[in-house]
Ligand binder design. Sequence first.
Ligand SMILES: [Zn+2]
Length: 408
Amino acid sequence: MPDCRFCGAPLRLTFVDLGKTPLANSYLKPGDLQHIEPVYPLHARVCEFCFLVQVEPVVPAEEIFGHYAYFSSYSKSWLEHAADYCRMARAKFALDTKSFVIEIASNDGYLLKNFITAGIPCLGIEPAANVAEVARKNNVPTEALFFGEKTAGAIAKKYKKADLIIANNVLAHVPDLNDFVRGFKTLLKPGGTITCEVPHLLKLIIGVQFDTIYHEHYSYFSLLALEKIFAFHGLEIYDADELSTHGGSLRIYAAHSGEGQKTSVQLKKIRADEKAANLDKPEGYSGFGVKVKTICAELFTFLEKTKAEGETVAGFGAAAKGNTLLNVSKIKNDSIKFVCDNNPHKQRLYMPGSHIPILPPQEIFAKKPDYVLILPWNIAAEIAQELADIKSWGGKFVTAIPNLRIWQ
Ligand SMILES: [Zn+2]
């Protein structure tokens, strides 16, 4: 039985056991298809003491993120989200040319670019060396490092402590959570702020978003668990926003404990919502597995039916979450012929497990499938707009989560 990544207690309660699947981001080259693909247990458990939901780190982070191929810059709505954040942060924290902003897991610099345009000094810390290189070419100062207490100390010495530390969608990917949060404490200037965005566990539970569970996502956070973790390391969460990104995210604001920050009304509201959903009790986490089985059965049955009737189905969006959905639902390339994706780095590769080929988006219009299954349901509206012309041949859209929905 594994131990809790934060508090060390044995993890006795299952949240959902999704069986064995390949790594959701291990896209395959044509030559890989003949080889046996490694699969790993994907079993999410909840700690009954701190209520952190987590999966075992079956693969070291270095292996997953050393050459991470995901460039956030490819989604338009995501770039807008980054620009909005920068505008908000500049006003809220009164940032100017004397401030110092550090972003952890800064990717190709798509967010920090906004601070640079505004003349605010900043630094990106990005573990994937190839991605950090792209950021530097974009004139975003970036160190290619894994973040933790040691890195934070070195950065504070080489540069200085930060007025604002940004860590968006990275906390979930951190195997040594305590070391990472100690890094925040080390690198934050007195009076400074940390903002972190994480997919909100409450939304995952309500929306049965089980496809956001994959090996590279080690932890799934409620505000309740985050407050315990930050407090343990001398940091206090004093405010939070609920965001629509990733199907419902939390943005938390934290400062050094004891700096007299007022707890916001919004933070109290989220605490109350989580309490109402029993997230402070084991009951809040039970029954999730049954809902997952229903979704998978619904999708599998739909695809079998289309196959029997000679109809064709294509997928759209070769996102990691799509791989969890397809692999847990036992869907292969006989029922979905191809998946299209805008990211040229993914095109001509194959989806792990299902071995569905990934093709450029124009293939949808060349092959005219009867249905397009949108895998990243969180941006379904944006994708449906992009593919609106499928109506010309009577094509329909499908999403599987939180239940099967077919529309035109
Ligand atoms: Zn725990």
